[in-house]
Design a protein around this ligand. Structure first.
Ligand code: 8X3
Length: 269
């Protein structure tokens, strides 16, 4: 599970093999959805991937499959994040990539009736968690001489929509933190990117958001023939990471062809 492969199949533009042996990537929220798919895509590109999430049993199966390393970590818990950083520092390869993917939405109430605890949770996971992991791993990314931070934001960080204020506020936070980090690190050997997906069919994300309400879940994807799937976003992560180190993608907004804008979705009845 934690063996670091000694050879890498990466091509000349990939930063997964810049030094001796494969470089290390950390992916948070890797037990399902976009994080899990990103871990697979990066492993396929030669990265040694450290997969993190709260649910260790799902992580271990994934780590075994991709010959990566599983580290259980709740990104909102500072001690656990410090332990993650220690585990990463003990691996033989250099840390070249952090994918801050852990995040989520809960609730769809209008502002008048929204639960402040839901909002706190969303800010904690989408912003504070990202902050804590970034702080803990920046020294290693810097020391590698070629680091990349990819924050998985959302089109919800670009617009507002009814019933979504807690999530859109948090994802606007993700966007602004990403932009600020890029400003603050300018001149250092660290790229900073936000990937902002629109409609992605990731069952767990939507079921958590709607507390298991199948009707609400179905309504989101109703008539949309091809929403994005986790693998589509994972490919964006892989591509950004494989670019030459002087090429910084600031923001990458990605939607299914059927979604021209947040409220403009083509549905086939
Ligand atoms: C999820 C995208 O459209 O539900 O990050 O806000 S959306």
């Amino acid at each position: 599970m934690s063996a670091v492969p000694q050879s890498s199949p990466t091509g000349p533009t990939s930063s997964a093999s810049a030094g001796p042996g494969p470089r290390v990537a950390v992916v948070t929220g890797a037990s399902s959805g976009i994080g899990e798919a990103a871990a697979r895509a990066l492993a396929g590109d030669g990265w040694h991937v450290v997969v993190t999430a709260r649910r260790v049993e799902r992580l271990e199966a994934l780590a075994a499959e991709i010959e990566g390393t599983a580290v259980a970590c709740d990104v909102t818990d500072r001690e656990q994040v410090a332990a993650l950083a220690r585990a990463v520092s003990e691996l033989p390869g250099e840390l070249g990539l952090l994918v801050n993917n852990a995040g989520g939405a809960v609730g769809d109430d209008p502002i008048e009736h929204a639960d402040p605890d839901d909002w706190r949770w969303m800010y904690e996971i989408n912003v504070i968690g990202l902050l804590q992991v970034t702080q803990a791993l920046l020294p290693a990314l810097r020391a590698s001489g070629d680091g990349l931070v990819v924050n998985v934001g959302s089109t919800a960080g670009r617009i507002a929509y009814e019933g979504g204020a807690g999530y859109t506020a948090a994802k606007h936070g993700t966007q602004v933190v990403t932009e600020t980090l890029r400003l603050e690190l300018c001149g250092e050997p660290i790229r900073v990117t936000e990937i902002a997906p629109g409609m992605v069919k990731t069952p767990e994300f939507s079921m958590v958001r709607f507390a298991g309400d199948q009707e609400k879940y179905d309504a989101i994807y109703r008539g949309v023939r091809e929403p994005l799937v986790a693998e589509d976003v994972a490919e964006c992560v892989r591509w950004v990471a494989a670019l030459p180190h002087h090429v910084n993608i600031d923001e990458l907004v990605v939607r299914p062809r059927a979604q021209a804008a947040q409220h403009k979705v083509h549905r086939e009845e």
